[in-house]
Ligand binder design. Structure first.
Ligand SMILES: NC(=O)c1ccc[n+]([C@@H]2O[C@H](COP(=O)([O-])OP(=O)(O)OC[C@H]3O[C@@H](n4cnc5c(N)ncnc54)[C@H](OP(=O)(O)O)[C@@H]3O)[C@@H](O)[C@H]2O)c1
Length: 343
């Protein structure tokens, strides 16, 4: 059986170790992908540091996959060996991305268009799916009409949306999807340094996140006379959730990426929903299949643009240091990418 290198988290809150494991075989509906680039996400350091989300050890982490198809499972159509693809991985030994070969679910895999590199493609899956589920899921989101379905594109024209943490990986995709959905104004809260970039993605206003709380609220509500009925808090710290909830219009909805700290208030009808961006979750299967169905075209046409990234040194061995940088907030507002094929 062919062997490969993988980065194992040996035990709960334990050490990362690179060692060998067999290359898995694709089952029905799956592809075997040689991983050329994988992006790191906050969940990866949180699993190691806090011992959450994963129960079975040793474990392999990593969700963002970009690579080449080397084998195609039974019943898969539309993919061929040698094709460049991106995919949203799954935190199981065979489907996680911090290894040289992984299995992907064909419905959450898309061809990489010629205008994108592996590095760029690897930055997309988890961030984009989380943005999409939070906006469009009726179960784990605000229940808006997705722009890839009939009547969805431009549907929310003239309605404001607040994107807290607009420069985060998730936030950048929320801004872009909000633009496709027609929202206006799109009010992003971020550090000043990102203003030009976030405006290039579709933000109409970028408010400096480092202001006083009352000034921040005034700046947000000063951008529009229309009620703000949708707020997506991509960073979801207690203080950011509070600000977003306080400016929300009656009957509005706040989407959080972490556990909500604000309580729904029946009087004003405001709701809060914690999203969960995995397409592998049964509640997200159908929604995310719709998104993955248009993804190659959208990336090709620049409807959705990948964000800035930095490539880590030392292949799989460089990932733990990348996770540390992320945890310590030293990633500098870029997605960290590793190359598992690099020895
Ligand atoms: N529920 C889910 O399924 C799911 C999925 C993905 C992520 N998440 C969670 O969502 C959060 C964001 O993930 P991510 O990958 O998008 O993060 P990320 O890209 O690593 O976010 C980093 C950015 O957050 C911004 N930020 C930090 N503190 C802020 C504050 N007080 N106000 C506004 N912006 C602030 C900083 O922006 P500036 O440079 O502008 O200061 C920083 O560049 C994480 O906690 C992650 O674990 C949850």
């Amino acid at each position: 059986m062919q062997q490969q290198n993988a980065l194992f988290l040996e035990s709960k809150q334990g050490q990362f170790v690179v060692r060998q494991r067999p290359v898995p075989t694709p089952g029905p509906g799956q592809l075997l992908v040689k991983v050329y680039a994988t992006a790191l996400n906050p969940v990866d350091w949180k699993i190691q540091e806090l011992g959450i989300f994963v129960d079975k050890f040793p474990a392999i982490l990593g969700s963002d996959i970009a690579g080449e198809v080397v084998d195609v499972g039974q019943g898969v159509t539309g993919f061929t060996k040698g094709q460049r693809v991106l995919a949203h991985g799954y935190l199981t030994e065979d489907q996680a991305s911090f290894q040289q070969y992984t299995l992907t679910t064909s419905t959450f895999t898309a061809a990489i268009p010629p205008n994108l590199t592996y590095n760029q493609a690897a930055t997309v899956p988890l961030g984009l799916d989380t943005a999409a589920v939070g906006l469009y899921s009726e179960v784990l989101g605000a229940g808006l009409t997705p722009p890839w379905t009939e009547g969805g594109q431009g549907k929310y024209s003239g309605k404001p949306i607040l994107v807290y943490g607009g420069s985060s990986s998730v936030g950048c995709y929320v801004i872009q999807l909000a633009r496709v959905s027609g929202f206006s104004p799109i009010i992003a809260i971020a550090s000043r340094i990102h203003e030009e970039y976030l405006k290039s993605l579709g933000a109409t206003h970028v408010i400096n996140r480092h202001g006083e709380r009352d000034d921040l609220k005034k700046a947000i509500t000063g951008t529009t006379t229309a009620p703000i009925e949708i707020a997506y808090d991509a960073v979801s710290f207690p203080e950011t959730q509070q600000v977003a909830f306080e400016i929300l219009a009656p009957n509005g909805i706040l989407v959080t990426t972490l556990q909500p700290v604000v309580e729904e208030d029946q009087g004003k009808g405001r709701k809060v929903v914690a999203t969960y961006g995995s397409p592998h979750h049964s509640a997200n299967n159908a929604l995310c299949q719709g998104l993955w169905g248009v993804l190659e075209d959208w990336l090709h046409r620049g409807v959705i643009k990948p964000g800035p990234f930095e490539v880590l040194p030392d292949g799989l061995h460089g990932i733990p240091e990348g996770l540390r940088k992320m945890r310590e907030d030293e990633a500098g507002g870029v997605k960290l990418v590793a190359h598992p094929q690099q020895e």
